[in-house]
Design a protein around this ligand. Structure first.
Ligand SMILES: Cc1cc2nc3c(=O)[nH]c(=O)nc-3n(C[C@H](O)[C@H](O)[C@H](O)COP(=O)(O)OP(=O)(O)OC[C@H]3O[C@@H](n4cnc5c(N)ncnc54)[C@H](O)[C@@H]3O)c2cc1C
Length: 499
């Protein structure tokens, strides 16, 4: 077929097996893939963006979690890490990748971390001044603004009140949600298109610049000749069953892998490629998080207002308010949400850390599924417990009647003293209730080819013209929500590869 410049093709557009040529084939349309495709197409290259999930307009989304899990999430939202505890690890599988269902929180990469990457891993471009215009461009494209108190509403404002009472410095979160009305449904996909997930900005802008987007198209095999990537094979899938319908052969001058920190190592490990360092799939970091609910006398209705609107940076952890839909609160925090009238009086806040703990992604038992392991270290557990104690201190200062920490079987605590007794350092790792949604680091970047999968240009140390430009290339955890760093990194890599 001719390169379908500026077009989006869905599974039913493919009536037979097809072959197509382009300059750049980009696998995955999440934060990294969208930013790479946007940058590459801006240089006038023929860019083909392949996404295994579907494209959804806001009106096609549903506010039912079960629908969202089935249609928008990797492994229908059952992806889990197993190790010294089980930790859910959700991710997106649609145009927009995980940004379609994220909370839109935006942080630039902390300067202290960029310095570590520069000095410890030989990543020369990790310079705040060099990155500043790229961060600005990303923030402009995805519509970053600071949460306004009127959008934040009670769940966020009550936490702020506790911070203010104690003199704890906090702030409203900046988010890529320029049209947000505070309906609290971010993680089901924004039903009004108010969130600046990349399917609403970078992807359509790339298509406008001439890129082609193939949805329901899963890259299955890299084509390598003379140790250089020359394209890939992909399967066009029946969207819900994921049954392969057609085969696509893509010839490309360069290939970008942006399938995320689970999808990209899975793609490479399944074929035994680009792994002379033995590091593919290793060093998984996830920003583990735990949380707390607090019950107040007054009505909170946490599901009204932005999903995550206020934060406190404790330096070794980040406290961020969160909310869920009433049905999720009820199922997740059952002990706390009964009698059901209590549900309207609950506020909640989480604590995430930049982890030293690590895990590994390996091919799983069935095709397309990863087996993910992760061991939470004692020191990281202690940081999470410290974060819980601080959240409790803030909620009690705001007037909480009782709080429920993310510790299995912990009773409700009616005072800070009771909470501190529950969150003491001896609490075993296995007692913590942990969640993670920021997989990173499984194809790390670095100057030492024996210890890294790609060099600072994002190009594989082993296969010429093969680039990785997603969350998998980070050589450490960030300790802040990663989407802006993922996009900026992908732009740096794409700009250099575009020539
Ligand atoms: C529930 C949730 C909430 C979050 N909240 C925030 C937040 O508020 N702020 C923030 O900064 N970050 C947040 N994140 C994390 C952030 O969204 C991710 O770090 C970021 O999107 C990662 O970008 P990526 O390009 O590496 O992967 P993704 O965005 O996950 O994109 C990968 C894409 O590749 C596709 N893919 C994979 N393999 C293949 C293949 N073989 N062929 C074709 N396509 C393939 C996938 O379907 C997916 O669409 C959240 C994540 C989740 C899951």
């Amino acid at each position: 077929m001719d390169f379908p410049r500026g077009q989006t093709l869905v599974h039913s557009d493919f009536r037979q097996d097809e072959a197509v040529s382009c300059d750049f084939a980009v696998v995955g349309s999440g934060a990294g893939g969208a930013a790479a495709a946007w940058e590459l197409s801006g240089h006038g290259h023929k860019v083909l963006l392949l996404e295994e999930g579907r494209h959804f307009e806001p009106e096609a989304l549903s506010t039912r979690p079960s629908w969202a899990y089935r249609n928008l999430y990797q492994e229908r939202a059952t992806r889990i890490m197993a190790g010294n505890l089980y930790i859910p690890l959700p991710g997106g599988r649609a145009v927009g990748g995980s940004t379609l269902l994220n909370s839109a929180i935006c942080f630039r990469t902390p300067d202290r971390l960029l310095e570590k990457w520069r000095t410890g891993h030989g990543i020369g471009w990790a310079e705040p001044e060099q990155l500043r215009p790229i961060f600005e461009a990303v923030e402009r494209e995805i519509g970053v603004t600071k949460t306004h108190p009127t959008q934040a509403r009670a769940n966020n404002l009550i936490f702020k009140a506790g911070c203010d009472a104690l003199g704890v410095p906090g702030d409203f979160l900046s988010r890529s949600a320029p049209g947000c009305i505070g309906c609290g449904l971010c993680q089901l996909g924004c039903p009004i298109g108010g969130k600046g997930s990349v399917d609403r900005n970078l992807v359509p802008a790339a298509v406008e610049r001439g890129a082609a987007l193939f949805t329901s198209a899963r890259a299955t095999r890299l084509l390598v000749e003379n140790r250089a990537a020359v394209g890939l094979e992909a399967a066009v899938l029946e969207p819900l069953s994921e049954r392969p319908l057609r085969k696509l052969t893509v010839r490309a001058k360069k290939v970008f892998l942006c399938g995320g920190a689970v999808g990209t190592p899975l793609f490479l490990l399944t074929q035994g490629l680009a792994n002379s360092s033995g590091q593919v799939g290793k060093h998984l970091r996830v920003h583990p998080a735990t949380g707390m609910c607090a019950r107040f006398e007054q009505v909170i209705d946490a599901w009204h207002g932005v999903t995550q609107g206020y934060y406190v940076d404790l330096e070794d952890s980040m406290l961020e308010t969160f909310s869920a839909t009433p049905d999720l609160y009820y199922t997740q925090f059952r002990a706390f949400a009964e009698p059901i009238e209590h549900l309207r009086h609950i506020a909640s806040c989480g604590c995430l850390i930049g982890d030293e703990s690590s895990g590994e992604v390996r091919p799983g038992l069935s095709p397309g599924r990863a087996a993910i392991s992760y061991q939470l270290l004692e020191n990281d557990k202690r940081r999470l417990l410290k974060g819980l104690r601080e959240i409790g201190r803030i909620f009690f200062a705001a007037g909480a009647l009782e709080v429920h920490a993310g510790i299995h079987n912990a009773p409700k605590a009616h005072s800070l003293a009771e909470l501190e007794a529950q969150c003491r350092e001896e609490v075993p790792v296995t007692s913590l209730s942990v969640y993670a949604s920021h997989p990173l680091g499984t194809c790390r970047m670095g100057a030492d080819r024996a210890a890294a999968v790609v060099g600072q240009s994002g190009e594989s140390w082993d296969i010429k013209d093969l680039y990785i430009a997603d969350a998998s290339v980070f050589p450490s955890a960030l300790g802040v929500n990663p989407q802006v760093t993922v996009m900026a990194t992908a732009i740096v890599i794409a700009r250099a590869a575009a020539g």
